[in-house]
Design a binder for this molecule. Structure first.
Ligand code: ZN
Ligand code: MN
Length: 486
C-alpha cells in the first residue's frame, strides 16, 4: 500500500482598496477590461513600484492569527519568467525573506506566507475550422487570438505554503476550507474559489514505508470538490505506475473536469529556473515599523475558538455550530438576537432561534439575494418574534408570513400583528362558535370519525382553520372539537 504525502500552496487575492505596487483600484467586480491600469501595473519601462502597506499588514495579521513567526526584516524579489500575462517579464514576489515563517492550522504546519502580485487575465478566443479531404470532412477548434485584461495585473496576492503534513484528499479539503473561513473572518479576502480569489495547488507524492516518491504538482483546482477528486485520482495514478515498475516524472499537472482526471501540462521548474534576485526598486522592509500590537488587537475571534464557545454557551451540537459560523454575519446576528431576549428565555428558546435563523430567515435572504449586513430585521425584532412563537401566540405558518413581512419592511413583529390582526386565536370562547358551525355543516365527516376514521378529524380542523383564515391554534381546535363530537 502506497502512502501519500501532500503539501498545499494556496494563493489568495487580498481585498485591498488599491493594487500591490501602484494606486490603481483593486476591483474584482470590474467587468470592463483595462480600466484599472497605469504605467506601473502595465509594466512600462522606467516606472517605479511603491509598497501597499495595507497589504503587508494584512499578511502580518494572518501570520499572527496562525501563530507564525514574523521576522525583523523582509524584502521583495524578482521572479523572472516570460508569459504574456506578465507585462514586466518578472513577478515581484518574495524569495528568501517572506513576511511570515512557520505557523500551524488544523495540525498542518505552515512553511511560509509571502506577498506578491497577481498576473493579468488572458482571454483566449477560439474558432472552428473545417478540414475537407476526398474521403471525409472534419472540424477542429483553433485559437484565433488571445486578449489581455490588465485589471488584475498587480493585485496583491498572498501565497501560503504548507509542510507536507497532509495524508488524504479529505484532509487537504478540510485545511483549505478552514483557511477560507479564517480569511473571511479576518476580512482579508472573500476567498471565492470559483472566482479565482483563492487558488489551491497540491504537491503530492506516494511511497512505501515512510519513503517519499517524486513530487507532482496539480494546478487549476477551482473548487473544494475538485481538490478532493484530484488528490484521490493522483494517489491512484502514481500508485499504479509504481506498482508496474514505471517512473513518476516531476511535473505540473492540471485537472480535466470533463474526463475527471489529471493531465500533464509541463515539466516542473526548479526555483533556480526563475533567477530570483532582490527587487532593486524596493527597499527592504523593517517590520518594526509596523504597529504589530494594534494589528493583533484587530484579530477577531477565530472559527476554532468560536466553535468551542458556541457549543459551551448555547448547548448547540457541532453540526449546528458549523451551520452558524460558516457565515460570520449569521453567527453575529444569532448572538445579538439571543442576547436581546431575556437571559432565561433566550436559553430556553435557543432551538427556536437556531431553526428560524438557519432555515426560514436564511431562505428568505437567499431568495432576496441579501447578506446579513443588508438585512432590515434587527436582532431585537427577531428576538421579539421568537418570543411570540415560544409563547404559542403564532402558528408556524403565521410566523413565516410575519418574518417575510419583517424582512421587507423592517417593522417590529408586534406592529405587523396589530396592523393585520394576525394574532393566533387560542381561546375556547373564540373558537367554539366556529367549530359548532363546522360540526353542523359536516354530518358525514362526524359519522366517519365516530366509525374510527381519524383523518375525518383533521378534515374538520382544516375546515375550521380555513374559516379562521389560518389564525386558529391547531391544538386548541383539536381539543374543543373532540369534546364537541364525542
Ligand atoms: Zn496601476
Ligand atoms: Mn506564487
Amino acid at each position: 500500500m502506497y502512502e501519500p504525502t501532500i503539501g498545499l500552496e494556496i494563493h489568495t487575492e487580498l481585498k485591498t482598496k488599491t493594487k500591490m505596487f501602484c494606486g490603481c483600484l483593486n476591483d474584482p467586480e470590474e467587468k470592463h477590461p483595462n480600466v484599472n491600469i497605469c504605467p506601473v501595473c502595465a509594466g512600462h519601462p522606467g516606472t517605479l513600484p511603491t509598497i501597499n502597506k495595507k497589504a503587508v499588514e494584512t499578511v502580518l495579521k494572518l501570520g499572527m492569527a496562525l501563530n507564525g513567526k514574523l521576522p525583523e526584516t523582509s524584502k521583495f524579489d524578482r521572479k523572472n519568467y516570460f508569459y504574456p500575462d506578465l507585462p514586466k517579464g518578472y513577478q515581484i514576489s518574495q524569495f528568501d525573506k517572506p513576511l511570515v515563517m512557520g505557523g500551524e492550522l488544523n495540525g498542518v504546519r505552515i512553511t511560509r506566507i509571502h506577498l506578491e502580485e497577481d498576473t493579468a487575465r488572458l482571454l483566449h478566443e477560439t474558432g472552428n475550422m473545417k478540414h475537407e479531404t476526398q474521403k471525409n470532412v472534419s472540424s477542429f477548434k483553433f485559437q484565433v487570438s488571445s486578449l489581455v485584461d490588465f485589471n488584475r495585473a498587480g493585485v496583491p496576492l498572498m501565497e501560503l505554503v504548507t509542510e507536507p503534513d497532509i495524508k488524504s484528499g479529505e484532509e487537504a479539503v478540510k485545511f483549505a476550507k478552514e483557511l477560507q473561513l479564517i480569511l473571511r473572518h479576518l476580512e482579508i479576502s472573500n476567498a471565492d474559489m470559483e472566482k479565482g480569489q483563492m487558488r489551491v495547488e497540491v504537491n503530492i507524492s506516494v511511497g512505501k514505508n515512510g519513503e517519499r516518491g517524486t513530487k507532482v504538482e496539480i494546478k487549476n483546482l477551482n473548487s473544494f470538490k475538485v481538490v478532493g477528486d484530484a488528490v484521490k485520482y493522483e494517489i491512484e495514478r502514481q500508485s499504479e505506475l509504481l506498482e508496474k515498475g514505471e517512473k513518476i516524472f516531476q511535473e505540473t499537472r492540471g485537472w480535466d473536469d470533463v474526463k475527471k482526471r489529471t493531465v500533464s501540462q509541463r515539466l516542473k521548474e526548479e526555483s533556480h529556473d526563475y533567477r530570483y534576485f532582490p527587487e532593486p526598486d524596493l527597499p527592504p522592509m523593517d517590520l518594526k515599523e509596523f504597529d504589530l500590537e494594534s494589528l493583533k488587537i484587530e484579530i477577531p475571534e477565530l472559527p476554532a475558538e468560536k466553535r468551542k464557545r458556541f457549543i459551551k454557551e448555547y448547548g448547540l451540537s457541532e453540526g449546528q455550530v458549523e451551520a452558524l459560523i460558516e457565515d460570520r454575519g449569521m453567527a453575529k446576528f444569532f448572538e445579538e438576537s439571543v442576547s436581546e431576549s431575556e437571559a432565561e428565555e433566550g436559553e430556553k428558546n435557543i432551538k427556536l432561534f437556531f431553526n428560524y435563523l438557519t432555515s426560514d430567515l436564511r431562505g428568505l435572504m437567499v431568495e432576496q439575494k441579501i447578506a446579513f449586513d443588508e438585512l432590515k430585521i434587527t436582532p431585537e425584532n427577531f428576538a421579539d418574534l421568537i418570543v411570540l412563537i415560544a409563547k404559542g401566540d403564532l402558528s408556524s405558518r403565521m410566523a413565516k408570513d410575519i418574518l417575510k413581512e419583517m424582512s421587507l419592511t423592517g417593522l417590529d413583529p408586534n406592529k405587523i400583528i396589530e396592523k393585520g390582526g394576525l394574532k393566533q386565536i387560542s381561546g375556547d370562547d373564540e373558537l367554539r362558535p366556529t367549530l359548532e358551525k363546522i360540526v353542523k355543516e359536516n354530518p358525514e365527516a362526524i359519522l366517519n370519525y365516530k366509525n374510527g376514521k381519524e383523518t375525518a378529524l383533521q378534515f374538520l380542523i382544516g375546515q375550521a382553520m380555513a374559516k379562521l383564515k389560518g389564525r386558529g391554534n391547531p391544538d386548541a381546535l383539536k381539543k374543543i372539537l373532540e369534546k364537541l363530537i364525542s
